[in-house]
Design a binder for this molecule. Structure first.
Ligand code: NDP
Ligand code: OXD
Length: 310
């Protein structure tokens, strides 16, 4: 019998209670799944940063922790965690992020704001949006989410470049790595999408210096993590018009404080960390697979590399 402690947020518990047991049973796993299991019986923890368990030292029989979030910066340095940690990679997150990124890219590509906010009786039909093939989009981070978004944008016909730690080979995306690669992506992109994890190496990847490498008036879309961007430097770049608009889903401090200048800034769109969410109906598949793998002594899917930080 495997004892699985659900330590995700309360709202999603009914979803996991319904979705996970049949998937475990289908894999021949006898399991008890509950949000309250005596600590000395727990074998697996389903974890979220906004859930009730942050200290893992009380679980002597713990074999693995499964994060429901893709981003693991809040748990990776946890000194009480000494078992394998996996992050969430699933179809639901990928589809949600693809839709969010495509929608915000198209908003800026088409220039929708001009018409949504400019209904003043003037028939302005002299400026037409360029074709997608004449628009350059850069993506920082070509992992599960960035590569999928890049492929979707390439399908639209956009010119897509991407940057990652190790150089990739992805159809439809011109792939770069290293400092020179970053410079190339920043210099060529009219719309830049941030889908990097937050690590020591990606902290403030967009700062005064790198923002200055971007094309004047370019657009930033950040559904990655707030710490990827030096917020003060971004505000300066927006004020100067160096950056035309920033659509931000994630922030250094969340919830974004009510008096933060981003809220009222005319060239900033704030969305409240809703770009993609972990849904029980899709995430349960990955959890069941990893629990089965662990009980059979097999390698886990999507295990976090603690030395790389993601
Ligand atoms: P992955 O780990 O699959 O991909 C991360 C990508 O970033 C990889 O391509 C990796 O390179 C690259 N990378 C990491 N460090 C560096 C570096 N120092 N320099 C250059 N490239 C680097 O992550 P996901 O795609 O699954 O998720 C990305 C992030 O999206 C998450 O960490 C999370 O912060 C955010 N997220 C936000 C959500 C939201 O609702 N706003 C929802 C879900 C996720 P390589 O391929 O070489 O390893
Ligand atoms: C995640 C997120 O990392 O929701 O999964 O941001």
């Amino acid at each position: 019998m495997q004892h699985i402690l659900y330590a995700g947020n309360r709202a999603d518990w009914p979803g996991y209670r319904a979705a996970l047991p049949p998937l475990l049973a289908a894999r021949g796993i006898e399991a008890r799944l509950a949000p309250d299991i005596p600590a000395d019986q727990v074998n697996y923890i389903i974890y979220a940063p906004d859930g009730p368990v942050q200290d893992f030292s009380a679980f002597p029989g713990l074999r693995a922790v499964f994060s429901l979030w893709a981003g693991v910066e809040k748990i990776i340095g946890n000194a009480s965690l000494n078992v394998p940690l996996t992050r969430m990679v699933d179809a639901g997150l990928a589809m949600g992020m693809r839709d969010y990124v495509a929608a915000h890219v198209l908003r800026h590509h088409i220039g929708m704001d001009t018409h949504i906010h400019g209904q003043d009786g003037q028939w302005r039909n002299t400026v037409f949006p360029p074709l997608a093939r004449d628009r350059s989009i850069g993506i920082l981070g070509l992992g599960a989410l960035g590569a999928n978004c890049g492929a979707a944008l390439a399908q639209f016909g956009f010119r897509v470049t991407g940057w990652s730690r190790t150089r990739k080979n992805i159809a439809g995306i011109a792939c770069y790595s290293g400092d020179d690669g970053l410079k190339t992506v920043l210099e060529t992109s009219e719309i830049l999408v941030l889908l990097l994890p937050y690590t020591d190496n990606t902290h403030h990847v967009l700062n005064a210096e790198t923002l200055a490498q971007m094309r004047r008036g370019s657009i930033i879309i950040n559904p990655g993590r707030g710490g990827l961007v030096d917020e003060a430097a971004l505000l300066v770049a927006l004020e100067r018009g160096d950056i035309g608009h920033a659509t931000l889903d994630v922030f250094q401090t969340e919830p974004l404080p009510a008096d933060h200048p981003f809220w009222a800034h005319p060239r900033v769109t704030v969305t409240p960390h809703i770009a993609a969410s972990s849904r029980p109906e899709t995430c349960a598949e990955v959890l069941a697979e990893n629990i089965a793998r662990s009980t059979h002594g097999e390698d886990l899917l999507f295990q976090v590399d603690r030395s790389a930080g993601y």
